[in-house]
Design a protein around this ligand. Structure first.
Ligand code: SPQ
Length: 429
């Protein structure tokens, strides 16, 4: 699909959607299954391009990985037996793959090279490499390791105690994964807690991890046990339909099997604070990753303040929250979100520029944006910047805009939500 023209003419939205598997958890399921010796099985795996890049990298390390629909079987001889890859490990558009693999490869016995697409080539890697070098990692790359391609010469590591300068699950996870092969206790302090899927999965694979008052610690050298991982639906994907259901007229959408890990549910807190008409039934509170069903109806919404420790809990949802805020009464102010500038694109500039084209009253700030609500949105030609979340924001905007919305590169959405347009069709009435 080179370009798409969406002219839905303000439909009402009704029906059920089961969003695809969580991207963060899908990546980690392949990584953990490749670390552990034996057979790991995964269900509900996300068949998005980013997660397929992760599979491809581990196959190049000699791990056997079979896909059967959304089920995966991983047979590994354990991370100590990974093969030196003869080819570059290509991470595509995936920051998670690139950064977490740095942590895993740093303490391995092999030499490897990581590279990704043009967007990955602009994303900062020093934030991961600095703590890994403190542990003894030997990593080189463009601008002293700030950018890909990166060469990693596996070497013995020592555990560190590290205070996170930014809230980032990728940095935290890279250190934790390197800590598996390090001597001593890895200790990480977080001011604002980022998503904790790595900590949960370490436990699921049998490791002992202590999490207390924003500090994660665990002992290096623990052996992981192969197991089964059931991947819940991705709340970051569900967010697009939560917003659509709240904004569109006379609508009601039910989303099933949505991951409800509290480090990811900031979008639910924001919808609640805005006054959304929403019901949540928690299905599985005791699971490694809790899940639930969310029903949302057309809602009268109020502007809100979004900042502080809420930001890491909804960082990927800010583009779609910004769209929602254009339809609320009053002003929404998003602060403390400068991290948006180093995602697949600069998401502050991209969101503000594209929503302005639709007629939104929105302005960028240094660390977020201010959105004055109550706008009637018009059709326009939008750029995706090759960023799946900007593309999906534009497509959802088309459901509440007066004219057609054109997207220059809808294919980029496949990195996290390959069935996105089919799911839109399911609920249009
Ligand atoms: O993997 P990638 O490209 O970095 O994807 C994004 C996304 O929007 O899907 C960010 F651009 O998600 C990150 C997220 O922003 C996935 C992630 C993870 O799985 O650990 C953590 C978050 O990033 P951060 O800043 O917390 O490290």
């Amino acid at each position: 699909m080179a370009e798409v023209r969406l002219n839905y003419k303000k439909p009402t939205l009704h029906g059920n959607i089961t969003v695809p598997g969580d991207k963060s958890i899908s990546h980690r399921s392949i990584m953990f299954g490749s670390i552990a010796e034996g057979r790991t099985t995964v269900s509900g795996f996300l068949l998005g391009d980013d997660c397929l890049s992760t599979i491809d990298c581990f196959r190049k390390l000699g791990v056997e990985i079979e896909l059967d629909g959304t089920n995966v079987e991983i047979n590994s001889n354990g991370m100590g037996n990974w093969k030196e890859p003869i080819d570059v490990l290509y991470t595509g558009n995936s920051g998670t793959t690139t950064r977490l693999m740095l942590g895993l490869l740093a303490g391995s016995k092999i030499h490897s090279i990581l590279n990704g697409d043009a967007s990955i080539g602009k994303r900062p890697m020093k934030r991961v490499i600095t703590p890994l070098r403190e542990m003894g990692a030997q990593i080189t790359g463009r601008m002293d390791g700030q950018y890909t391609p990166l060469a990693i010469k596996g070497s013995p590591l020592s555990a560190i105690e590290y205070t996170m300068p930014v809230a980032s699950a990728q940095v935290k996870s890279a250190i934790l994964l390197a800590g598996l092969q390090a001597e001593g206790n890895t200790i990480i302090h977080e001011k604002d807690v980022s998503r904790d899927h790595t900590e949960r999965m370490l436990r699921q694979f049998g490791a002992e991890v202590i999490v207390e008052d924003g500090t994660v610690s665990y002992k290096g050298g623990q052996t992981l046990q192969a197991t089964h991982v059931d991947v819940p639906g991705d709340i970051s994907s569900a967010a697009f339909f939560l917003v659509a259901g709240a904004m569109a007229e006379d609508s009601e959408i039910t989303l099933h099997n949505v991951g409800l890990n509290p480090t990811r549910t900031g979008i639910i807190d924001v919808l609640t604070a805005m006054g959304a008409n929403m019901e949540i039934i928690v299905d599985n509170e005791e699971a490694a990753e809790p899940t639930g069903t969310i029903m949302i109806r057309t809602s009268d919404l109020e502007g809100v303040q979004i900042n502080g420790d809420l930001i890491p809990r909804l960082i990927d949802e800010i583009p779609i929250i910004a769209l929602l805020a254009t339809k609320a009464n009053g002003t929404t102010v998003i602060r403390d979100a400068a991290e948006l500038k180093v995602k697949e694109t600069d998401r502050i500039t991209a969101v503000v520029d594209e929503l302005k084209k639709l007629g939104a009253n929105i302005e960028a700030t240094d660390d977020g944006m201010i959105i004055h609500g109550g706008s009637e949105l018009q059709g326009a030609s939008l750029k995706t910047y090759g960023d799946h979340r900007i593309g999906m924001m534009g497509a959802i905007a088309s459901l509440v805009s007066n004219g057609a919305v054109e997207l220059d590169d809808p294919d980029c959405i496949a990195v996290s939500y390959p069935t996105f347009f089919e799911d839109i069709q399911k609920i249009i009435k």
